[in-house]
Each structure stands twice: as structure tokens, then as C-alpha cells.
Design a protein around this ligand. Structure first.
Ligand code: PEP
Length: 268
């Protein structure tokens, strides 16, 4: 398999958020995942795990790097490799640690940490400057969904990618790993057990794909929001769903493993 085929595989990304509490639990989780995936390398999707910063090194050192990749959940917006930015982690530090992916724009960061487009543009800029692949999260709130504003909201959220068209268009050379993945995550579906209908997901992914197309940007499009071991198999059948971003269900090795299996099917 060449690198092109590898990056064309589906993506299954675990967002562990501020979990687990202890390092012991974290070690247990990644070790269990390693064991479950041990004898299975061929048909696997790209499996990516995003632990909290405090567990990043532990997980990175333990995970089977031939099967899984590591991801950060955040990056500093300031234009600095290092310096007086208490509590922050720079893109250079992540790169130096061997972390090559970062989640940016998650609705929890937008909601609780007031990250707006200006901040997100800076974060994406530093990530790209340091060769990190960005998993960029977009999605509408319940009120926006109910008032049929989904497309308008997504359009404005995707608009900031115009700033990066040049570097992203270079990744149209599909011989290289995509620099950008889009995660469509309706805010009202995150952690609620609710999901849009499969038709709605298909329509939204189609809309995102069209928008990226007009910007000449290549990016796999993931779905996120209450993905679990029960619905993953059906989600994997939806056209233009190139993978999933999984929160709660990624905290149990058994359910996350099942989701990975369901995307092996999509992988053919
Ligand atoms: C998320 O927060 O990215 C997410 C998808 O969470 P959950 O799977 O728990 O809905």
C-alpha cells in the first residue's frame, strides 16, 4: 500500500477530552486498545487518539505507532514557539514531541473558552506552519438546526479556510497526508445520544464537500456527535462520511474497537 492509499482510508478519531482522571486509567485504556488491535493491521482505518495534554506523552509512548497516531486537543493561538504564555502549549512543542495532529474549533472550545474565528485562524496558521494536520470541527447549535440555518452556519465556519487556500491546495497532491480533516459535529448531537438522520448527515457532508470543492481544498470529512458501537456500522455506509470523531464511546476500549471494526468494513 502506498502512502496515498493509506491516507485515503477512513478515519476513526478518539477525542478523550478531559478524561480519564488518572494516568493509570489512561495506561489501561491505551494498552487494552493496543491488545485488541494487535493482530489486525491490514484493513484498519486510520486510527487517531487525542488524550488530554497531561497524558499525551504517556499515550504516545505506549500506543502501537504502526496502528495508531496521536493527536492534541488544542494548540496555542499566539505566534510563538515558546515564551511567557502561562498554561499554553505551542505548535512547535507539539511538533517537537512527535505529535502530528491537532483538533481545532471543537464546539466545547468555542463555547467554554470563547474561541472565535480570529483565534481559530491563528491556531490553524501555527499548526500548518509546524506541519501539524488539523482536524477542524464545525457544526450548528440546536437552535440553528431548528431554524434551518445549518448550511449558513457551516458556510461561515468554513469560510476561514480561505486564509489557507494556498497551503491547502498544495495538499491536493494526494501523495501526501492531508493537512486538513473536517469534522462535522452538530453541537446538539455531542454527548446527547441524539444524531441527525442519515439523510441529513449525507446532505450536510455533500454540502461541505461542494464548498471545499469550490475552494479547491482536499479534506476528508468526518462525522461526530454521539457515535457509538450501535450506530457506527450504519454511519460507515453513508456516502461522503470519511470517518468519525468519537467522544464518549472512545473511553471504553470495547466500544471504540467496535467502531474501528465498522470502519474496516468501509475500508473494504
Ligand atoms: C465530540 O465531542 O467530539 C464528540 C463527538 O462527543 P460524543 O461522541 O461524546 O458525542
Amino acid at each position: 500500500m502506498n502512502i496515498n492509499q493509506q491516507w485515503q482510508r477512513p478515519w476513526v478519531v478518539a477525542n478523550w477530552k478531559m478524561n480519564p482522571v488518572t494516568t493509570t486509567e489512561t495506561i489501561h485504556l491505551i494498552t487494552e486498545l493496543n491488545e485488541k488491535l494487535l493482530n489486525q493491521t491490514e484493513s484498519l482505518p486510520n486510527v487517531v487518539v487525542a488524550p488530554s495534554f497531561i497524558h499525551l506523552t504517556t499515550v504516545k509512548d505506549l500506543l502501537n505507532a504502526s496502528i495508531m497516531d496521536i493527536c492534541a486537543q488544542n494548540v496555542c493561538a499566539q505566534n510563538a514557539q515558546k515564551g511567557a504564555f502561562t498554561g499554553e502549549i505551542s505548535a512547535s512543542q507539539l511538533q517537537n514531541l512527535g505529535v502530528s495532529n491537532v483538533i481545532i474549533g471543537h464546539s466545547e472550545r468555542r463555547q467554554y473558552f470563547l474561541e472565535n474565528n480570529d483565534v481559530l485562524i491563528e491556531k490553524i496558521r501555527h499548526a500548518f506552519d509546524n506541519n501539524l494536520t488539523v482536524i477542524f470541527c464545525i457544526g450548528e447549535t440546536k437552535a440553528q438546526y431548528e431554524t434551518q440555518q445549518t448550511q449558513a452556519v457551516l458556510e461561515s465556519q468554513l469560510q476561514i479556510l480561505e486564509n489557507f487556500k494556498q497551503s491547502l491546495q498544495n495538499s491536493l497532491d494526494e501523495a501526501v497526508k492531508p493537512k486538513l480533516l473536517i469534522a462535522y459535529e452538530p453541537v446538539w448531537a455531542i454527548g446527547t445520544g441524539l444524531t441527525p438522520t442519515f439523510d441529513e448527515i449525507a446532505n450536510v457532508h455533500h454540502f461541505i464537500s461542494e464548498m471545499l470543492g469550490t475552494m479547491q481544498i482536499y479534506a476528508p470529512i468526518l462525522y461526530g456527535g454521539s457515535v457509538n458501537a450501535e450506530n457506527a456500522k450504519d454511519l460507515a455506509t453513508i456516502d461522503l462520511v470519511d470517518g468519525v470523531l468519537v467522544g464518549g464511546a472512545s473511553l471504553q476500549a470495547t466500544s471504540f474497537y467496535q467502531i474501528i471494526q465498522d470502519f474496516c468494513v468501509k475500508n473494504g
